[in-house]
Design a protein around this ligand. Structure first.
Ligand code: 5AD
Ligand code: SF4
Length: 465
């Protein structure tokens, strides 16, 4: 029998949430932490100290679900040692697998889908009182965007959800089934949330949605991502605005012009191409051609000087021949993404691509994956070398964990920069006072993933911002 909620006995239950998958999931975790904190829950640093362990899950590829099942398998022993432990599965896999999770993992107490996060405190209390398993995957559940601005992972940087769900139904993708129909938040709500975050010390925001380029659909008046960016840019104290993910079919000149004109909006686009072959793009139901993707990249580079691009690619989609794959290689070679997320096609039950035969053998998928990874690595290395000798604006995050004595931050294009401080600053022990500040760093070295540099002078940007 599970004991009474500890909130009622004076000491609050400690929750540990482990997050899998995309930024959207990281944000959902933050929102859940906020709503649990409001109800008196506290949080454990380590899962071994927790009274409640929640796994916030991803379903986008089969491997992601396997990982969660294997974690749940290991947690069985923890539960045997501590029968009062509450174990919950949240998010996309909870929505996708539902009841099946209880069948495979009978020691799980809660399965809570993507639209039930706001009910989390009540659900946990119900489990504690009744000791019964709860399945909460209501498809009509309301999406709740409420947040405690003070409850976030990074003091200076925050994710802000501007829309939920997706109506695109790309043939390989499970997201529309687990996250539901597309829904845009009102401009006022977003602006209010961002102002609250900035008042709490936040300098940088990342606007999140499955397809932010179609933001505004369903709202009254002419509301677009570009108009939203124009509302957010003037907010005093907000230094940087990022947005992701951009679907090529909905990218417009208007959005790119806003990125080019607005000083706070960063020169970075996460715009998945998925494939360079028109035949495969059609089978994927992406609604653009490889030529259109190239035109968009050209337009972006001409309107926004210095813009960097991140892409997603899927290799080994059904019917992908060597020639189709070569077109993907050529596309990446031509557009030269700064970084890419490269995936082997994984059939997802319920999606329309499962009607096609998964005919590219695993070995070929693997080798195509490696070829693209190698190519991306070469491009990133070459592009980073071009930065040597240049000065870049860096938002300082703090001390580097892997490079003792050095600091770490990010450029406006989301590149990691590890840098040395001038002697005086270092000795005075003021490194932590640079956290959250914008500084200019001269780049002297690099790898494919990291820029290395020196902070020569640190008085300037303090005054500029
Ligand atoms: N198989 C492989 N990759 C996928 N993605 C989405 N669904 C699948 C799938 N079934 C990739 C796409 C998308 C990213 C988030 O995950 O590239 O942009
Ligand atoms: Fe999935 Fe396509 Fe929607 Fe992206 S746009 S979430 S790939 S269905």
């Amino acid at each position: 029998m599970i004991s009474k909620p500890k909130t009622m006995e004076g000491s609050s239950p400690r929750v540990y949430i482990k997050t899998f998958g995309c930024q959207m999931n990281k944000l959902d975790t933050e929102l859940s932490i906020g709503s649990l904190a409001k109800r008196g829950y506290s949080f454990a640093e380590d899962e071994n100290d927790a009274d409640v362990i929640l796994l916030n899950t991803c379903s986008v590829r089969d491997k992601a679900e396997h990982k969660v099942y294997s974690q749940l398998g290991s947690l069985r022993y923890q539960k045997e040692r501590n029968p009062e432990l509450i174990l919950g599965v949240l998010g996309c896999m909870a929505q996708n697998e539902g009841e099946k999770i209880f069948k495979r993992m009978p020691h799980v107490n809660l399965v809570c889908g993507t639209r039930m996060f706001s009910k989390l405190p009540e659900l946990l209390e119900k489990i504690t009182e009744s000791n019964k398993q709860i399945l909460a995957i209501d498809e009509d559940g309301e999406v709740n965007f409420d947040r405690l601005v003070t409850q976030r992972q990074n003091q200076y940087s925050a994710f802000v959800s501007i829309m939920r769900g997706c109506d695109n139904y790309c043939s390989y993708c499970i997201v529309p089934y687990v996250r539901g129909r597309e829904f845009s938040r009102s401009v006022t709500d977003i602006v209010d949330e961002v102002k609250g975050l900035v008042d709490d010390g936040c300098k940088e925001i990342t606007l999140l949605g499955q397809n932010v380029n179609s933001y505004g659909k369903g709202l009254t008046g002419k509301v677009t991502l570009a108009t939203l960016l124009r509302e957010l840019d003037p907010i005093e104290g907000l230094e940087r605005i990022h947005f992701l993910t951009s679907h090529p079919k909905d990218m417009t000149r208007e959005i790119l012009e806003a990125v080019g004109e607005l000083p706070g909006v960063c020169e970075y686009l996460h715009m998945p191409a998925q494939s360079g072959s028109d035949k495969i793009l059609k089978k994927m139901r992406r609604q653009y051609t490889s030529a259109h993707y190239r035109e968009l990249v050209e337009m972006a580079k001409s309107i926004v000087p210095g813009i960097k691009l991140a892409g997603d690619f899927i290799v080994g989609f059904p019917g992908e021949t060597e020639e189709d794959f070569e077109e993907t290689v050529k596309l990446l070679n031509d557009v030269r993404c700064q970084n890419s997320f490269i995936f082997k096609y994984s059939p997802r039950t319920g999606t329309s691509a499962t009607e096609l035969i998964d005919d590219v053998i695993e070995e070929t998928k693997k080798s195509r994956n490696n070829i693209l990874l190698e190519l991306q690595k070469r491009i990133s290395t070459e592009e980073n070398k071009k930065m040597h000798g240049k000065s870049v604006e860096v938002l300082v995050e703090g001390e580097s964990k892997t490079n003792a004595g050095r600091l770490i931050g990010r450029t406006r294009q989301n590149q990691i920069v590890v840098f040395n401080q001038p002697e005086g600053i270092n000795q005075a022990g003021t490194s932590s006072s640079l956290s959250g500040k914008l500084v200019n760093i001269e780049i002297v070295d690099s790898t494919d993933l990291t820029l290395f540099g020196d902070l020569r002078d640190f008085s300037f940007n303090e005054m500029a911002h």
